[in-house]
Design a protein around this ligand. Structure first.
Ligand code: ADP
Ligand code: MG
Length: 829
């Protein structure tokens, strides 16, 4: 299948305009003859076998010939003559029995004979399909048949594209195929879309289009259409409901049910089996089946898009050795078209699908239809299984039934003439994929999320099914089912809680805990969130005796505002205790705290009932608490026994300092105001204080200087002693620094000085600055692995210089003190 949009015409018109004009003339003649032949048709007996037996236009005949359609199927031979004669038809025939041509040929022919052609003619026929894929398929059959000489403009409207792009083309359409929603959208929004002269309305898969899901749209569409028209309804499972027929205002419809007398409602060439498979074994069984049928074309049906996605994603990761595809209603239009095209073209492939692919799709040569999740009713079963064994081809259907579903489902299938036979799964061939799934889910949180969603949606769908004899969630082992999906445990599902009161109490908490909520759950939650939360105190306040409670309530609310900061502190203090107790109460509770300074204050979150059994209030003084504590409840009574809890009732400790006499004082003590003023004006006092401080500083300065001088002198003395002892001299008086050991290396004395100076422990500012200036040198040495090339070069050149110096003539060893002084002065010059 391609991706057709609005096509404009079933045949190009720009080319060969003259030829078409000539044809038009010839057609005028044809239509009269055709009218006459149709009027003479034997419509009741199904007397015609071949298409050539029917009075059809040349273009239709050409189209049929080109598609190699020669012999009519049963439904075609009965329905087409009736439809050509203008009757309304309710056509029922098995899946794959050729219903599409049964309405396409009459549409083309009846409009042809009426010459309902061209832009001015407006819409002549409207064909409605329940799904986009089926609409496309119908449109393709229409184009294939109509492209051999018919002049109709045909279009497809299925959504997923911009309305605007379809609008213009729509006004020219003679035949339109589409889905209900999109058709209605155009009918209500596209001004030039003319349907007043509509001649034919066709509903393919009519029972589906007329069911609840499309009711509103279809009723609205019919409102737009003229009542005088021909209506054709086709389906494998036809509705004969009078109400439906009335809705469509059918006029004496012909009920054409070609297989009504058959033993089976499904094709004869279809072999149908079922297996008993508990929920928890489904995936193992399906995987094993796919492994044993890698060369087949398989469609697997599931009850929800989430299951489809999970099974597709997880099986894909396990490299099944067959190409996997998936289709469901939540996919984007492009992806859906891609999938249908790929699957149609594939020789061997496995398509995981929801019921969006159950109806009408004509994938060639499907070998197996596996119904992994039980269909909701027999009609769905018939349509799903109808994707195989089409038009006399062979095919097999396998239905997975949980033990609890078997009895009920078999009864229903039997009642609708669907013969299914039990087969057993070869246990030897069955592989378990559970551990693989567990591993994958562990590694891939997204997959785990999908599994959870699949679980929740499946259980929910079972829960919501009306037919409890087949679908009953209590009959399934949900823990085992969850484990079979690779989940560590069954996700909590609120609707499965037995005890309604418990359910109500835990609801909000669960909703927070459970990340695997279905979309519906989330919507529900959002709705709830929109409503303001009513606490116990809201309810108390709303009661009749408001006066009694109002003050109390107000206090609580007020406290709450005031004490937000305090309560945080308290949290730290209480640790887990407070949270644990809060958990026992409703979900939304005000933070608890204890105040003893107000009458009637109680612990928040306390049950009202407790007050009635509380002991009579008594006042207790505890050590370390400035305020007495009111004991007015059992809990407070208990509280006295816990040292830890009492801690928070005590006043906070203060830091004290002790004076020389050992008397405690607070860290900061304010002087008495009168005493302060007695000492004089503040500004005077300030000045006094500054002067005193200045004196202290000046005195300290003199002392410091004296100490520094003494230090220097001492150093100098030491150095001179060393010098006398015959050590090399390297620094002079101005740069003297304590403890500098000058190694006798014979190197440049200044170089050595610098290096060693940097290591000296120094407390003189001046010298510190010098260190700063020079400190890079030793650092660079330490960081030799990080130095840049330029730094390296610099260093090398220095070394070279050093080397040169080393080679310089050695200074003569000084002998006297004068010699040494002269040498030092010379070096520092
Ligand atoms: P239905 O709508 O009844 O499920 P379709 O109209 O989709 O069945 O037809 C099923 C298949 O049978 C299609 O592939 C179609 O091409 C083929 N088919 C229909 N009528 C004829 C015919 N008269 N001769 C040969 N093949 C036919
Ligand atoms: Mg069909």
């Amino acid at each position: 299948m391609g991706a057709p949009g609005i096509t404009g015409r079933t045949r190009p018109t720009k080319v060969k305009k003259q030829i078409s004009a000539q044809k038009r003339k010839r057609e005028d003649v044809d239509t009269e003859k055709l009218e006459q032949a149709v009027a003479e048709l034997d419509i009741k007996n199904g007397a015609y076998k071949d298409f050539t037996d029917l009075p059809l236009s040349d273009p239709t005949k050409q189209g049929l010939k080109a598609s190699h359609f020669a012999v009519m199927t049963d439904i075609q031979s009965k329905a087409i003559p009736l439809a050509l004669a203008g009757h309304d038809i309710l056509g029922a025939a098995k899946t794959g029995s050729g219903k599409t041509l049964s309405f396409i040929i009459p549409v083309l022919e009846n409009l042809y004979r009426l010459q309902h052609v061209g832009t001015d003619a407006g819409l002549g026929a409207l064909i409605i399909s329940p799904t986009r894929e089926l609409a496309i398929q119908i449109f393709e059959v229409l184009c294939k048949l109509g492209r051999h000489g018919h002049m109709f403009a045909a279009g497809l409207v299925i959504g997923g594209k911009s309305l605007e792009s379809e609008r213009q083309a729509l006004t020219r359409m003679n035949i339109l195929v589409g889905t209900p929603g999109r058709i209605l959208q155009h009918l209500s929004q596209t001004s030039g879309f003319m349907v007043d002269d509509l001649k034919m309305l066709v509903l393919d898969e009519a029972d589906r289009i007329l069911d609840m899901g499309f009711q509103k749209d279809v009723d609205a569409i019919i409102e737009y259409l003229p009542k005088e028209r021909q209506t054709l309804l086709f389906s494998a499972t036809q509705s004969k409901k009078v109400s439906d027929l009335a809705r469509l205002s059918l006029q004496d419809p012909e009920y054409v049910s070609v297989h009504a007398e058959d033993k089976s409602a499904t094709p004869k060439t279809l072999q149908q089996n079922y297996i008993i498979c508990p929920l928890e074994e489904k995936l193992d069984t399906l995987w094993s089946f796919i492994q044993s049928s890698k060369k087949s074309k398989i469609v697997c049906f599931f009850s929800s898009a989430k299951s489809v996605r999970f099974v597709y994603e997880s099986f894909r990761h396990m490299q099944p050795g067959i190409s996997l595809l998936h289709i469901h209603g939540r996919q984007k239009q492009g992806a859906r078209l891609d999938v249908t095209a790929k699957f149609a073209a594939a020789k061997a492939a496995c398509l995981f699908a929801t019921d969006v692919a159950a109806r009408g799709l004509d994938f060639p040569a499907v070998d197996f239809v596996i119904q992994v999740d039980c269909p909701e009713d027999v009609d769905t079963y018939i349509h799903r299984v109808g994707r195989t064994a089409r038009y006399n081809r062979e095919g097999r259907g396998i239905l997975f039934l949980a033990p609890s579903e078997e009895e009920g489902m078999l009864k229903r299938l039997e009642a609708k003439k669907v013969p299914v036979e039990l087969i057993n799964v070869r246990q030897k061939k069955k592989q378990s994929i559970k551990s693989q799934l567990v591993h994958m889910l562990f590694k891939d949180p997204e997959l785990k999320y999908l599994a959870q969603k699949a679980f929740v949606t499946y259980t929910k769908s079972i829960y919501l099914q009306r037919d409890k004899t087949v679908f009953n969630i209590k009959n399934h082992d949900l823990e085992a089912y969850a484990a079979s999906l690779g989940l560590p445990g069954a996700p909590k599902i609120k609707f499965l809680k037995d005890d309604p009161s418990k359910q109500k109490k835990q609801q909000s908490r669960q909703e927070l805990e459970v990340p695997e909520l279905s979309d519906e759950d989330v919507e529900e939650l959002e709705k709830k969130a929109a409503k303001p939360v009513r606490t116990k105190y809201d309810r108390m306040f709303e009661r009749q005796n408001q006066d009694v409670l109002a003050d109390h309530y107000k206090k609580l609310v007020k406290d709450d505002d005031e004490d937000t900061r305090d309560s945080n502190d308290e949290d730290d203090f209480n640790g887990n205790t407070a949270t644990a107790q809060a958990d026992d109460d409703d979900f939304m509770t005000v933070k608890r705290r204890i105040r003893a300074d107000e009458d009637g204050a109680i612990e928040q979150g306390e049950d009202e009932d407790e007050d009635s059994t509380a002991p009579r209030a008594k006042v207790v003084n505890i050590q370390g608490a400035s305020q007495p504590i009111i004991i007015d409840s059992n809990r407070r009574e208990k509280l006295l026994k816990s040292k830890k809890k009492l801690l928070k009732l005590m006043d906070k400790g203060k830091k004290l300092v002790y004076d020389e006499d050992g008397n405690p004082h607070e860290v900061y003590e304010l002087e008495d105001e009168n005493d302060f003023l007695a000492k004089g004006l503040p500004e005077e006092q300030r000045q006094k204080f500054i002067n005193a401080a200045k004196e202290v500083v000046a005195q300290a300065d003199v002392e410091d200087k004296a100490t520094a001088k003494a230090k220097r002198k001492e150093k100098l003395r030491k150095r001179k002693e060393r010098e006398r002892a015959g050590h090399d001299v390297s620094d002079d008086e101005d740069d003297e620094e304590g403890g500098v050991q000058i190694p006798d290396t014979g190197e440049d004395a200044l170089a050595n000085f610098r290096a060693d100076f940097a290591h000296s422990d120094d407390d003189d500012d001046e010298d510190v600055n010098m260190v700063d200036d020079e400190e890079q040198e030793p650092k660079k040495k330490a960081k030799k692995w990080f130095q840049s090339d330029s730094e390296g070069e610099e260093r090398n050149s220095k070394k070279r210089k050093k080397g040169k110096r080393n080679n310089a003539p050695v200074v003569q060893e000084p002998e006297t003190l004068e010699d040494m002084e002269a040498l030092a002065a010379g070096l520092l010059d």
